[in-house]
Design a protein around this ligand. Structure first.
Ligand SMILES: [Zn+2]
Length: 298
């Protein structure tokens, strides 16, 4: 064997030995998150130490979901499960039971001041708390604490990622407030198809009108639509918005009968795929605020 070859082999060996511990997917801690927005937050905090499986993916509806056998297997292999809580994931208990999952469950919305919403003529707890960035910061600290509880060796890693992410959220929060504060007072009302913006409206000074009696689980009747059209005319609502998870035909009809502007698509309960306009929690805010200000500022 030549010296040159030995040297080359030595370099390869050195390179192999230099691979850091924890770099392969098998060594990462498996964690589960119920839906895409939460999954992104967990990835931000857990980064390289975790392998995140998300059950309800991009553009999926986290209110209604049919878990698959693959979900049950993935959950059974996970050390920790992050859920939103506030009644969002009615399907999760069944998934937990079928998977035999015995790990830690973290409710990311713990500490949030819950709002109420009306759905199908019933008053329920509004689960969409992530639509306020102040609540998002609570979610992130709950995620951090959960990861530290099951992986104490990663404490300083999770704390550093969390600190950096919280800074980004705070910056986005001030951008959102500044953009929406610039809207005229008489152009701060919107109607959306599914009413997921209660927390958003309360945090940033928009009045969000949800079409009454409409949920992702039921189709609006002709009577519902007529009521909404009267509501838009009476309250001079300037713009209607579609959400990425609900039927667009309802809002098209409303817009054509009232002359209210169609303000584009808002991301509420799910992120977009990676190549879409809202692939992360913070991208979702940037996209939504851009769509809102474009429709409402003139
Ligand atoms: Zn929703």
């Amino acid at each position: 064997m030549t010296r040159r070859l030995l040297l080359a082999l030595g370099l390869i060996l050195a390179a192999l030995l230099a691979v850091p511990q924890g770099a392969s997917a098998d060594d990462k801690m498996k964690v589960a998150a119920s839906f895409s927005i939460l999954g992104d937050m967990v990835k931000q905090v857990g980064d390289d130490r975790v392998d995140v499986v998300t059950f309800v993916g991009p553009n999926g509806d986290a209110h209604v979901y049919e878990p698959t056998p693959a979900d049950a297997k993935a959950l059974s292999e996970s050390k920790i499960l992050f859920i939103n809580g506030l009644g969002l994931e009615g399907w999760m208990t069944r998934l937990e039971n079928s998977s035999g999952f015995k790990g830690k469950v973290v409710t990311a919305s713990t500490g949030v001041n819950p709002r109420k919403m009306v759905e199908d003529e019933k008053t329920i707890t509004d689960p969409h708390a992530w639509q306020s960035l102040a609540n998002g910061r609570l979610y992130v600290t709950n995620i951090r604490d959960g990861l530290i509880a099951v992986d104490p060796e990663g404490k300083s890693f999770y704390e550093a990622n969390t600190a950096k992410y919280l800074d980004e959220i705070v910056k986005e929060e001030s951008d959102v407030k500044a953009a929406l504060a610039a809207l005229p007072q008489d152009r701060r009302k919107i109607i959306t198809s599914h009413g997921a913006f209660g927390y958003f409206g309360a945090a940033y000074g928009l009045e969000i009108i949800a079409p009454e009696g409409v949920s992702t689980e039921s189709e609006a009747s002709a009577r519902d639509v007529a009521k909404i059209i009267r509501q838009i005319k009476a309250e001079h609502i300037p713009a209607v918005f579609m959400e990425n998870i609900t039927d667009h035909r309802l809002l098209d009809q409303i817009a054509s009968e009232t002359g209210a502007k169609i303000g584009g698509e808002l991301y509420t309960d799910a992120l977009s795929p990676a190549d879409g306009p809202a692939p992360s929690y913070l991208d979702m805010f940037r996209h939504n605020v851009g769509a809102l200000t474009a429709a409402l500022s003139s």
